[in-house]
Design a protein around this ligand. Structure first.
Ligand code: NAD
Ligand code: TDX
Length: 352
């Protein structure tokens, strides 16, 4: 039986992970520490909130007393650190929160784990959830990122994630901490906050608003269904080598404009409107420092851990579209006043 501290478990990937873990390992203890920022939502966890081993704690990963208390009360042996400011555009508008949560917060968790585990690292694991964005931008024909690729982050978000990855690595080299780092590509699926591309396109289209395409729409992302990310983290926790890094990806590269067009086409079938949703596609000013291409080489996950993604993209996207169509009230509820303020700053008042 494991005793997990999951941070950021009320966000998109974290809440999918908490649900995944409780359904796979119902006897484990899962303590979810989340500050409930604009991106955190307890409604994401309604199905499991009364599960016997589950506890939610409203708190901040930068709060050392709170984190220490949880290690002591819960005898935590496994940390899975999802908590982060995660949206690139917000990091461009205001980087400070990214430095605090992503760097300082990871530091606090590492220090608390080091103090609590003091040399008894044998069956303990500290898994840090990171991103492909730390590697920077790939040329069109370049080979996909391996775990050896040099770090070259280009946004305040990716720079803050890169800094946290370096801290995690250093705690293994210096203190022998049993750390693992996963760097994953773009996730999609249920419960993703609608400031990220796929849910933003779905909701704008359904509401007849412009569907904004940054720059020429030819940037490339490698998309992975969120459940496959969760099973990848499970595989790394089970059999990953402490001190190692694992790239997780879908081997599924798409130009933004193609994915946007595909979503509009599928919505034309699922929820026909007046005309095609494609008519709403609008090219807008590019994101500053916009990385051109990400692609992950996930062969280490396959050869060392036997992990491969289980969801193919058309099927995963269809499930995701249906989930949003069935959960429009969830979407309304998460789009609070704070979201509207961000949206107006990013896309202009007239796009509201
Ligand atoms: P998200 O923004 O949906 O959720 C983040 C969660 O962290 C929220 O519940 C929020 O309330 C919580 N949080 C923020 N600051 C906190 C703090 N100081 N203390 C405690 N909780 C705090 O993010 P996501 O998309 O689910 O991403 C989760 C993790 O996965 C992040 O570390 C991100 O860098 C990484 N990642 C995301 C993707 C992706 O495509 N979304 C891909 C690769 C890696
Ligand atoms: O309105 C938009 N129009 C648009 O063209 C938005 C919101 C995005 N885009 C483009 C920018 C990117 O090329 O779509 C692509 C995907 O954008 P995001 O959904 O913002 O994701 P990205 O910047 O790729 O980062 C995501 O993947 C890596 C997550 O948000 C990160 O947390 C993760 O680390």
């Amino acid at each position: 039986m494991r005793r997990l501290l999951v941070t950021g478990g009320a966000g998109f990937i974290g809440s999918n992970f908490v649900r995944y873990w409780i359904s796979c390992y119902p006897d484990d203890r899962v303590v979810n520490l989340d500050a409930l920022t604009y991106a955190g939502n307890l409604e994401n966890l309604r199905e499991i909130e009364t599960a016997p081993g589950y506890r939610f704690v409203h708190g901040d990963i930068t709060d050392r007393d709170c984190v220490d208390r949880l290690f002591a009360e819960e005898a935590i042996d496994t940390v899975v650190n999802f908590a982060a400011e995660s949206h690139v555009d917000r990091s461009i508008l205001g980087p400070e929160a990214f430095i605090k949560t992503n760097i300082q917060g990871t530091f606090v968790l590492l220090e608390a784990a080091r103090a609590a585990w003091q040399g008894e690292a044998q069956d303990r694991r500290f898994l840090h959830v990171s991103t492909d964005e730390v590697y920077g931008s790939l040329a069109p024909e370049a080979a996909a990122f391996t775990e050896q690729h040099r770090y070259a982050p280009n946004s305040p978000y990716s720079a803050s994630k890169a800094a946290s990855d370096h801290l995690v690595r250093a705690y293994h080299k210096t203190y022998g901490m049993p750390v693992l780092t996963t760097n994953c590509s773009n996730n999609y699926g249920p419960y993703q906050f609608p400031e990220k591309l796929i849910p933003l396109v779905i909701l704008n289209a359904l509401e007849g608003k412009p569907v904004p395409v940054y720059g020429d729409g030819m940037n490339i992302r490698d998309w992975l269904y969120v459940d496959d990310h969760c099973s990848g983290i499970d595989a790394v926790l089970a059999d990953g080598r402490p001190g190692s890094v694992y790239n997780i990806g879908g081997n599924n590269e798409w130009h933004n404009i193609d994915i946007i067009t595909l979503i509009c086409e599928r919505l034309d079938n699922l929820q026909p409107g007046q005309g095609s949703y494609q008519d709403l596609i609008t090219y807008v000013k590019d994101r500053p420092g916009h990385d051109r291409r990400y692609a992950m080489d996930a062969r280490r996950m396959q050869t060392e851990l036997g992990w491969t993604p289980q969801h193919d993209f058309p099927e995963g996207l269809e499930e995701t579209l249906k989930w949003y169509l069935d959960n429009l009230e969830w979407c309304d509820r998460v789009r609070t006043g704070e979201y509207r303020k961000y949206y107006a700053t990013q896309y202009g008042e007239e796009a509201l």
